[in-house]
Design a binder for this molecule. Structure first.
Ligand SMILES: [Zn+2]
Length: 448
């Protein structure tokens, strides 16, 4: 066969192939959102240099005034970007609006939320972010403290970022990707939506909160002013992950009343409440039912503080489970164990107090299944596989969900959070910003 004959047969085939790939490419390019990675990186590197550590021992709000240093920067940037209703309130919350670009009247108002504060566990003063371009997969020794080494053998997720850019701190501080990654991602997505008005979306609200790391992120949020129907926090880990389930959480106190007497004349009279408290703690199971022996969907009880004198001693607990029934069972078991111990001591008594801390957001999200479903679709449109995860803890989203704003948590890419080895991949942040844009578009698309 001559060359011409061969190509004569192949030409129509290759033409069909070319056309179908063209169609596939066109369909995919409809979903293509080009996030400016350099701008996103610059934004993130700027935000992490602002010290915004929150303080669990402070009673003021925000718990540290310095958190507002970043809030003020965000305020100015949002104004410059051209967003509406840009506001920083006295508590440090930043609110802003991206006006609707759609003709549709009934697109639900969606909110994107992240927190400006960093964890009290590790210094956030003088953070020096380092951009490692084209990460080559080798271990990274942080320059300001050579004992801090980021290793692939320990942080396996580094594998996914070989050839991409990653950002670390310099060795003396955390990086603060938790949650300045979330802040930078939302800001970059807002920039995209504002500068690409052909991208159709409804009214979008943005809120940046203080004090998430000390459990007060939703405390002073003005839900009415926010005026959103559904929300998403950008405060998660690996690319593609979405968390729509958290612990349900209670606190509990066991107050033990002993019998006091002058120690010199206490024979057969005095019963020391502190010693009973020790016996109660010793009676707790050793190989189960504690944070150090559970994982996945298992709950636990965890003594967090003990205070007292011989006459009266209080043990404080946190109680966790994924279901309310499980939480109730945990309380009953803890109370039973304590009562059994205390009953062995003559003339002593105990009280058991319990109170609600937060509830699993899943109960709220199950009533609004589109919230998580659209997030999953947005993640897929960004070209990622969805990983549904449960948080063995709470988020601002748990509280927001019960304040009337169903609010799952979406990935940012942050890794090794609350530590000097914290790092993040730029590609993950860009994918998260893409996901935010897709989400805004999906809510508009699905509205009739
Ligand atoms: Zn966080």
């Amino acid at each position: 066969m001559t060359y011409e004959q061969v190509s004569g047969i192949l030409y129509p085939v290759s033409r069909i192939f070319y056309r179908s790939t063209f169609l596939i490419f066109t369909a995919y390019s409809l979903f293509m959102i080009n996030i400016d990675k350099d701008a996103l990186t610059a934004r993130f590197m700027k935000y992490v240099q602002v010290d915004t550590q929150s303080d669990p021992n402070s009673n003021s709000f925000p718990t540290t005034e310095k958190q507002k240093d970043l809030s003020k920067i965000l305020l100015e940037e949002l104004k410059q970007m051209g967003l509406s209703d840009v506001e920083l309130d006295e508590y440090g919350y930043v609110y802003a609006t991206i006006p609707s670009s759609s003709d549709k009247k009934h697109v639900p108002v969606i909110c994107f939320c992240s927190h400006v504060d960093t964890a009290p566990d590790c210094s956030g003063t003088n953070v020096k972010p380092i951009l490692h371009k084209n990460y080559d997969g080798t271990d990274i020794v942080l320059p300001d403290d050579h004992t801090q080494v980021l290793k692939r053998s320990v942080s396996a997720y580094l594998e996914n970022h070989i050839g991409g850019d990653i950002i670390t701190a310099s060795g003396n501080t955390l990086l603060g990707a938790d949650d300045k990654a979330g802040v930078a991602i939302i800001m970059q997505a807002a920039q995209y939506l504002i500068t690409n008005p052909e991208t159709k979306h409804g009214l979008i609200r943005i809120v940046f909160t203080p004090d998430e790391e000390v459990g007060k992120g939703a405390a002073k949020i003005d839900i009415k002013k926010l005026g959103a129907d559904f929300g998403y926090t950008l405060d998660g880990g690996e690319a593609g992950s979405m968390e729509d389930e958290t612990f349900s959480a209670d606190g509990a106190s066991i107050i033990i009343n002993g019998v006091i007497a002058h120690p010199g004349y206490a024979k057969d009279k005095l019963v020391n409440a502190m010693k009973i408290a020790g016996a109660v703690l010793d009676a707790l199971p050793k190989n189960e039912w504690s944070p150090e022996t559970t994982e996945g969907k298992q709950g636990f009880v965890h003594p967090v503080a003990i205070n007292g004198i011989a006459e009266k001693t209080t043990i404080e607990f946190i109680v966790r489970d994924f279901t309310t029934a499980g939480l109730t069972a945990n309380h009953e078991r803890l109370k039973r164990i304590a009562e059994t111990v205390v009953s062995e001591y003559k003339d002593c008594s105990m009280e058991y107090l319990q109170w609600e801390q937060y509830r699993n957001m899943k109960a709220v999200l199950d009533k609004n299944p589109q919230v998580a479903a659209y997030a999953a679709e947005a993640i897929e449109r960004a070209g990622l596989k969805v990983k549904n995860e449960s948080i063995r803890g709470g988020t601002d989203g748990s509280r927001l969900s019960y304040m009337g704003l169903p609010c799952p948590n979406i990935f940012t890419g942050m890794q090794n959070i609350h530590s000097k080895l914290e790092w993040i991949g730029v590609n993950d942040m860009a994918k998260a910003a893409e996901t935010v844009v897709h989400l805004a578009m999906i809510w508009e698309e699905k509205t009739k």
